[in-house]
Ligand binder design. Structure first.
Ligand SMILES: Cc1ncc(COP(=O)(O)O)c(C=O)c1O
Length: 371
């Protein structure tokens, strides 16, 4: 079976893990600090602005906390995204308002965000979906509220004023195994304002503040630390970051030639955008095809694939707790119904990609719309 993805793990990660285990220090030690510094160097930001934490979802929760978002507030986010982005907003007591995305880039733009805004909008979460750069510069210039960048899938994506996650003052990353690099579970906030960064360091650790007179708890925080073990894996991963990004881009380029020969598979200029990284290779299937049959047909031929991501408004658990933008969700519905994610790993061979594309080519003539 050609799996959707597999993290690039090896002796380097084992060695770093052994070092942490031998030290006996499993939380808030040198590995987390070193991981934060490595991330800062890669993103060309100050190490003081990087706050590692337990997951990408807690990173968003911390970023919202930095802005003191709370009950009575609204936060605009894309409808077509992993639903925990809305969960992070709900945890603050605020209301998530889901807005439409461009069905080609899968990202929000000024028009889709504005259609969702009200006088209660306190922040916008702009996602660089699948690694495709979202134009956060335009959003920042046009909108009267702060923009949080969700770069969970976009470590290394380049934007107009810097790397994704560093452009708006508050950016979030995830290091889940399906992301560009992994720590097992993990996340980070990039907080450019030193006051935000200091507060988030307290908040990630139960609100604890360490002073000369001892520890106090100036506000209620979260159990949101990254452990030394997770950071150890991340440190080894960061040393391979350039190779991982290049390997993913190479695999995408190999797909490009082969997919161009399959009419029912559509890609856009964003699929091949030079500034992006590839969290996954997400294509659009012809609207007449039954995607479920494509996915099961691929599985029968030894290829794992899946949908792009979810439309939050369509998930039962979210329907009564999110507000839908009056601008509608046409692009999001389209993307949610027709996207297909194909296997992508930095170490994929051309033979693997030939096999995926041959399977796709053979399954599509048999995967017409169901009656
Ligand atoms: C865009 C986006 N933001 C946030 C998250 C949440 O990250 P985590 O799973 O690390 O909590 C995900 C996870 O898939 C995601 O795709």
């Amino acid at each position: 079976m050609i799996r959707l993805t597999r993290p690039s793990l090896g002796d380097e990660e084992l060695h770093e893990l052994e070092r942490v285990l031998a030290s006996g220090q499993l939380v808030q030690g040198p590995a987390v600090a070193a991981f934060e510094t490595a991330l800062a160097e890669a993103l060309r930001v100050s190490p003081a602005s990087v706050v590692a934490c337990s997951t990408g979802t807690t990173a968003l929760q911390l970023a919202l906390a930095a802005l003191s978002v709370g009950p009575g507030d609204e936060v605009v986010l894309p409808d077509f995204v992993f639903p925990s982005v809305a969960s992070a907003v709900l945890y603050t007591g605020a209301t998530p308002v889901v807005c439409d995305v461009d069905p080609e880039s899968f990202n929000v733009d000024e028009g889709t965000v504005r259609a969702a805004m009200t006088e209660r909008t306190r922040a916008v979460i702009a996602v660089h979906q699948f690694g495709v750069p979202c134009d956060v510069e335009s959003l920042m210039n046009a909108l009267p509220c702060p923009v949080i960048e969700d770069a969970a899938c976009a470590l290394g994506t380049r934007g107009a004023t810097g790397f994704a996650g560093t452009q708006t003052g508050l950016g979030c990353f995830s290091f889940h195994p399906r992301k560009i690099i992994t720590t097992g579970e993990g996340g980070a906030v990039i907080a450019r304002d030193p006051a935000h960064a200091t507060r988030l360091r307290h908040l990630r650790q139960h609100g604890m503040r360490f002073g000369t007179a001892g520890v106090d708890f100036p506000e209620v925080g979260y159990a949101a630390r990254m452990s030394e073990l997770h950071a150890a894996v991340g440190l080894a991963q960061m040393r391979k970051l350039d190779a991982i990004i290049a390997g993913r881009a190479r695999a995408a380029a190999a797909y490009r030639v082969r997919l161009s020969r399959i009419d029912a598979v559509r890609t856009t200029r964003w699929t091949w955008h030079p500034d992006r990284v590839y969290q996954g290779l997400v294509v659009l299937l012809d609207a007449a095809l039954d995607r479920t049959r494509v996915i099961s047909g691929l599985r029968e031929r030894g290829v794992e694939s899946t949908i792009g991501t979810y439309a939050i408004h369509a998930q039962a658990g979210f329907q009564s707790v999110v507000r839908v933008s009056p601008g509608g969700l046409r692009g999001s519905r389209y993307a949610a119904d027709h996207c297909l994610t194909l296997p992508l790993r930095p170490d994929m061979t051309d033979d693997d990609i030939d096999q995926v594309c041959a399977a796709l080519g053979s399954v599509i003539p048999h995967a017409g719309a169901s009656a």
